[in-house]
Design a protein around this ligand. Structure first.
Ligand code: IMP
Ligand code: MG
Length: 179
């Protein structure tokens, strides 16, 4: 018998939308100048798109860039190796950079990205993540702006995937197999 999969909603679309609007306000209060928002692909694409629109609605004029960073996994566990698959095209020297990612887990991806932009001479590098998963940090790093604390479950949706599926979901959820 084939088992049906279904995704249990953890954070619904309306709750995400409200929090993204609040995050935009928090970011504005930090007074960024000449802000460059860098979305860390792939998982952050939906969050970054909504956050950019919220920043616009709140009166900001950020520039947007994209970097594809891979942190290699063995199964669902981070192996510790990080590399840039596609870099941004803009210079960052002297600029306030905001890195946007889906989840802060081991911290290796964002620690690597933060060091990279700092080494290129950014004036500041701040981190904004949709979700923070506690208990798995391999390096000492905290987000400056966090959407939600995430339970220790493998989540999908709102840009996040299992083998490229479920990214299209407008909510964050957990894949369950029905008995
Ligand atoms: P880390 O902080 O370097 O361990 O990397 C976190 C990255 O792992 C995130 O940006 C996601 O791409 C991925 N990741 C971690 N936990 C999950 C999850 O629950 N669902 C989907 N992707 C995840
Ligand atoms: Mg990621």
């Amino acid at each position: 018998m084939t088992r049906k999969r279904h995704v249990r909603v953890l954070i619904d679309a309306q709750t995400i939308e409200k929090r993204v609007t609040e995050l935009a306000q928090e970011i504005i209060k930090s007074n960024p100048e000449d802000l460059l928002v860098v979305a860390v692909l792939k998982g952050s694409f939906m969050f970054a798109a909504d956050l950019l629109r919220a920043l616009h609605t709140a009166g900001m004029e950020p520039q947007a860039e994209f970097i594809h960073i891979s942190s290699y996994k063995e199964g669902m566990v981070s192996s510790g190796k990080v590399s840039v698959l596609k870099d941004i095209d803009s210079p960052v020297k002297g600029r306030d950079v905001l890195l946007v990612d889906d989840i802060l887990e081991s911290g290796r991806t964002l620690a690597y990205a933060k060091d990279l932009f700092a080494a290129r001479g950014a004036k500041s590098v701040k981190l904004c993540v949709l979700l923070e998963k506690p208990g798995h940090r391999a390096v000492q790093i905290n987000a400056d702006f966090t959407g939600f604390q995430c339970p220790d479950l493998f989540v999908v949706g709102y840009g996040m995937d299992v083998a490229h599926s479920y990214r299209q979901l407008p909510f964050v959820g957990v894949v369950e197999t029905e008995a």
